[in-house]
Write a protein that binds this ligand. Structure first.
Ligand SMILES: CC(C)(COP(=O)(O)OP(=O)(O)OC[C@H]1O[C@@H](n2cnc3c(N)ncnc32)[C@H](O)[C@@H]1OP(=O)(O)O)[C@@H](O)C(=O)NCCC(=O)NCCS
Length: 172
């Protein structure tokens, strides 16, 4: 993976290393991540490492650790699934890294990278109806509400009302 350019001086996106798996599993147990993402609370490091290896072998999935550009501290996760034209984003931030615009930066970086390096012509994401912070992040990163793609998603024994957002790059 060529991750040149995935750094805005505050936030850096880097490839997953094997020894990040335990951190991912531990961070994903956070109640807000459990509330708003499909990662199961039982996720362990071995399962995360298996997912990292599946991603490495795939030409349709990309994922990065969101890090502090200065200290290198791990802050969160951002992932992209795509078919070469259209991509879908997902993300979460560890509890201690929230509230300072980190995901807006990460989403902006991965979006422009995916347009330039993969050639995506449309990017989409979904946020739970009650997840106002995630919806704000999408709008701040330049995504627009796309109510026609709102969906009811089965997750964790419930049906989640998901709000859709879309970004079509200029010139696509
Ligand atoms: C949701 C999440 C991605 C937001 O990332 P973040 O970097 O902490 O976001 P920020 O602190 O920059 O907040 C973004 C905006 O939401 C607002 N916001 C934060 N919490 C809010 C809340 N509970 N209600 C309304 N707005 C809220 C902030 O004020 C900010 O608004 P602004 O753009 O007007 O300044 C992050 O908190 C997270 O990972 N949460 C747990 C997992 C999750 O929800 N993942 C996303 C699944 S779609």
């Amino acid at each position: 993976m060529n991750d040149q350019g995935l750094n805005d001086g505050v936030v850096q996106l880097r490839d997953w290393a094997d020894d990040d798996a335990a951190w991912y599993a531990e961070s994903a147990r956070d109640p807000e991540i459990q509330r708003f993402t499909t990662d199961p609370s039982t996720l362990d490091a071995a399962q995360v490492l298996a997912a990292i290896n599946r991603m490495r072998a795939s030409d349709r999935e990309v994922g990065f650790v969101i890090c502090d550009s200065i200290t290198g501290a791990k802050l969160g996760n951002i992932a992209l699934a795509h078919d070469g034209r259209v991509g879908e984003l997902s993300y979460w931030l560890a509890a201690e890294a929230r509230g300072r615009g980190v995901v807006t930066r990460a989403l902006t970086l991965i979006t422009s990278w995916a347009v330039r390096h993969i050639g995506l012509v449309e990017l989409r994401l979904w946020a739970h109806q009650d997840n106002l912070a995630s919806q704000r992040v999408a709008l701040r990163a330049g995504y627009l509400r796309d109510p026609d793609r709102d969906k009811a998603q089965e997750a964790k024994g419930a049906v989640w009302p998901m709000h859709a957002f879309v970004l079509v790059p200029t010139g696509a």
